[in-house]
Design a protein around this ligand. Sequence first.
Ligand SMILES: C[S@@+](CC[C@H](N)C(=O)[O-])C[C@H]1O[C@@H](n2cnc3c(N)ncnc32)[C@H](O)[C@@H]1O
Length: 218
Amino acid sequence: MTGTSGLSSVRASYDTVAVDYARLLGTELFDKPLDRAMLAAFAEYVRGGNEGGAERAVADVGCGPGRVTAHLDGLGVPTFGVDLSPAMVAVARRTYPGLRFDVGSMAALDVADGVLGGVLAWYSTVHTPPTELAALFAEFARVLAPGGLFLIAFKAGDRRLRLEHAYGHPVDLDVYWTPPDLIAELLAGAGLVEVARLVREADENEKGPQGFLLARKG
Ligand SMILES: C[S@@+](CC[C@H](N)C(=O)[O-])C[C@H]1O[C@@H](n2cnc3c(N)ncnc32)[C@H](O)[C@@H]1O
């Protein structure tokens, strides 16, 4: 659960692994052309997707050490990061001093209604049970401008995996694998209409297919 105790476990786990997570995954995107293609398409849609799109910021929610925040910012869309874990945010600030990173929950973003050009959730909802995703998606829809874009990367499947060890440390995490059709349905319920999706097979370090879904606020 991501009730109060669930969120505490997520925060504590990512505080514990932050430095090693950043070290081990820092250059991971270099080897993932399809993932980079989805980020590039997202950036392009954001730039052209709404009135004044180039000026509107993107929130990278659950940004971790900021590696994807920086990648996206480098694609020409001004991006800031938000993460539950103070240690992750500290690493992100240290690594990318020119970018903004805030400690906060993506369930209650400190952002006004309808102002963002995009929201990116890159593997950051994987610890949220599918039954609780609708509320998160409603929050993302709230902060997006009309025509704003949403991109999610997730574990594609239908199972829960218990993680007790990761990145060289003990952790206390559930990882939810979610069917792409369910993600699309829940997004539609929040007013985020599917534009495209990609499901790719696992690479050598992954335990199953990876899903990516791009949606637009109607
Ligand atoms: C698997 S990591 C992904 C980090 C980053 N997006 C990346 O790809 O490197 C998941 C991140 O989501 C964050 N997170 C999980 N639930 C969150 C929530 N409710 N609000 C904000 N951040 C959250 C965790 O602290 C962690 O840094």
